[in-house]
Design a protein around this ligand. Sequence first.
Ligand SMILES: NC(=O)C1=CN([C@@H]2O[C@H](COP(=O)(O)OP(=O)(O)OC[C@H]3O[C@@H](n4cnc5c(N)ncnc54)[C@H](OP(=O)(O)O)[C@@H]3O)[C@@H](O)[C@H]2O)C=CC1
Ligand SMILES: O=C(O)C1=N[C@H](C(=O)O)C[C@H](O)C1
Length: 264
Amino acid sequence: MIKIVIAGPRGNMGKEAVKMATGEESFELVAVVDHRYNGVKMNEIPTMEQLDIPVYDNMTQCFENHPCDVLIDLTTPEVGKKHMLTAFEYGVRPVVGTTGFTDEDVEELSQIAQEKQLGAIIAPNFAIGAILMMKFSQMAARYMPNVEIIEQHHDRKLDAPSGTAVKTAKMISEVREEMKQGHPNETEQMAGARGADHEGLRIHSIRLPGLVAHQEVIFGGEGQTLKIRHDSLNRASFMPGVKLACETVMKLDILVYGLEHIIE
Ligand SMILES: NC(=O)C1=CN([C@@H]2O[C@H](COP(=O)(O)OP(=O)(O)OC[C@H]3O[C@@H](n4cnc5c(N)ncnc54)[C@H](OP(=O)(O)O)[C@@H]3O)[C@@H](O)[C@H]2O)C=CC1
Ligand SMILES: O=C(O)C1=N[C@H](C(=O)O)C[C@H](O)C1
């Protein structure tokens, strides 16, 4: 039995994670952390799943009262990092879907995980289709290095570009030299027209109501284009990946950044 705490249980992802964790026989949801409530049960809060599970506004107090194995964090980048640090202090393995971590954050957290020999997973995307999109894109970039990313998300999203787009760009950079794309003399008539720049690869972020999470990676070559696209149509699409991460993190003693390292 893996004892789990979830941070962000009222959120889009947190709600699905609560359903997943309580629906799995080998998981036990022992408590949730939500900065707006403390000392109540989930079933006292109308916007939460109606469960007899305690709610804390403070991770330390939560871990003091409920020893557990895994923290699932689905909150915001600043909070997610603090939660991870607290989890490490208590010997709890973090599984983090929260996006917006910097390279420095990931490096710092990896070092702590290594020192403590404690498993941790930061996964910018838990959907298997999205992992495949990233892997296929990395494969394609070896042969078609001219590539741009268009990511589309709901308009409640805080970070841009998305964690998935950043991870895709980093994976492409592993197989492609930095290069300037487009016309050598191109100019932006309006700031941002060419999108964000990751080592010459442009990332364009769309935010609209009605969208969930979508990404297209477009490759261009002489007389041809290749488009690799993934769509998450709902948040349930992420849950098999969250489940796999919770099971896998128990066997790790380092931090793994990206589910592509787990799904071979
Ligand atoms: N890895 C993946 O596959 C996926 C990752 N994500 C990422 O997960 C994160 C959450 O996404 P989503 O669920 O859509 O966002 P939501 O805004 O719907 O949910 C975030 C929740 O976290 C809560 N929260 C904020 N601060 C704290 C805190 N200190 N303690 C506990 N809870 C807190 C918010 O409460 P309040 O609103 O009251 O402030 C809110 O309920 C984002 O970073 C997103 O990019 C999303 C989808 C898939
Ligand atoms: O905020 C979201 O919704 C999502 N965030 C992750 C990201 O930033 O890539 C994963 C997915 O795209 C949904």
